[in-house]
Design a protein around this ligand. Structure first.
Ligand code: COA
Length: 258
């Protein structure tokens, strides 16, 4: 698929995805949703990808849903709006479930769905002057399809404050809430991302993917069910070629083959 709104490039095992509508601060409309869902499906199926860097072109990471597009949707029927919202929900779900680790690179603003996109990233690096916010209520809307992902990161208590006030908050607050993992001057964003990429490439790809899956599954289960799932996961991993190679490499004082 040729992209109109995205820029995707591969550098070795790292996929760089950049939202590319800087004129509207990378706001997403139905076209972006179609492209991003297609991109996520193809990356999920591509065994050559070991990490994704998710960024936004221009001064801002992402201004959320395209408000021009939302305005046009007032003339849609309920069913058309439901279909459209379901497409957006599928996009977030597909991104959240990517089997490879995703590093978010946030500069400028990440508002509404932009905060939602930060929430589906595994590791978020933000510029120290970046601004976040679930601003939807101030526009008469609600943070809806992004809610599970944002609440999963910041918890219900902070969600009550931030969904209900719509207040914007800075990168340090976002870090304290668990939405962001590193706050650096904007000039240091790329080198911080590179550091995380190096860390991710040091781990076994299958193990990282299994760990990501386990995090998602543990959250859905009772403590007893999670214990069973985790015991099964490590039992399989110990006997896996990657597990054997990793242990052997350590004992033989050499680098593993991945
Ligand atoms: N949807 C559609 N267009 C948007 C947009 C959005 N969510 N956010 C910004 N734009 C457009 C602006 O209308 C403006 O268009 P124009 O050049 O035709 O006037 C252009 O992008 C630049 O926006 P501007 O506000 O001048 O840029 P900025 O860099 O000063 O500020 C933001 C960027 C993101 C902080 C600011 O645009 C903003 O607060 N946007 C709304 C974000 C929001 O609440 N999103 C939630 C949506 S549910």
């Amino acid at each position: 698929m040729g992209f109109r709104y995205l820029d995707a490039r591969r550098d070795g095992p790292v996929e760089y995805l950049t939202l590319n509508r800087p004129d509207v601060r990378n706001a997403f409309n139905d076209g972006v949703i179609t492209e991003l869902t297609w991109w996520a499906d193809s990356v999920a199926a591509d065994r050559g990808v070991r990490a994704v860097v998710f960024a936004g072109a221009g001064p801002t990471f992402c201004a959320g849903a395209d408000l021009d597009w939302m305005r046009r949707m007032a003339s849609y029927s309920y069913q058309q709006n439901l279909d459209d919202a379901s497409d957006m929900a599928r996009m977030f779900l597909t991104l959240d479930r990517l089997p490879v680790p995703v590093i978010g690179r946030v500069q400028g603003a990440a508002l509404g769905g932009g905060t939602g996109l930060a929430a589906i990233c595994d590791i978020v690096v933000a510029a120290d002057d970046a601004v976040f916010g679930l601003t939807e209520v101030r526009l008469g809307l609600i943070p809806a399809v992004i809610a599970p992902f944002v609440i999963g990161k910041i918890g219900g208590s902070a969600a009550r404050e931030l969904f209900l006030t719509g207040a914007r908050f800075g990168a340090e607050r976002a870090k304290a809430l668990g939405l962001v993992h590193a706050v650096v001057p904007e000039a240091d964003l790329d080198q911080t991302v590179v550091g995380y990429v190096k860390d991710l490439l040091a781990g076994a790809p299958g193990a990282i993917s299994a760990a990501k899956h386990l995090i998602a599954e543990c959250g859905k289960r009772s403590a007893t069910d999670a214990a069973t799932l985790c015991a099964d996961a490590i039992a399989r991993r110990r006997a896996s070629p990657e597990g054997q190679e990793g242990i052997r490499a350590f004992l033989e004082k050499r680098k593993p083959t991945w």
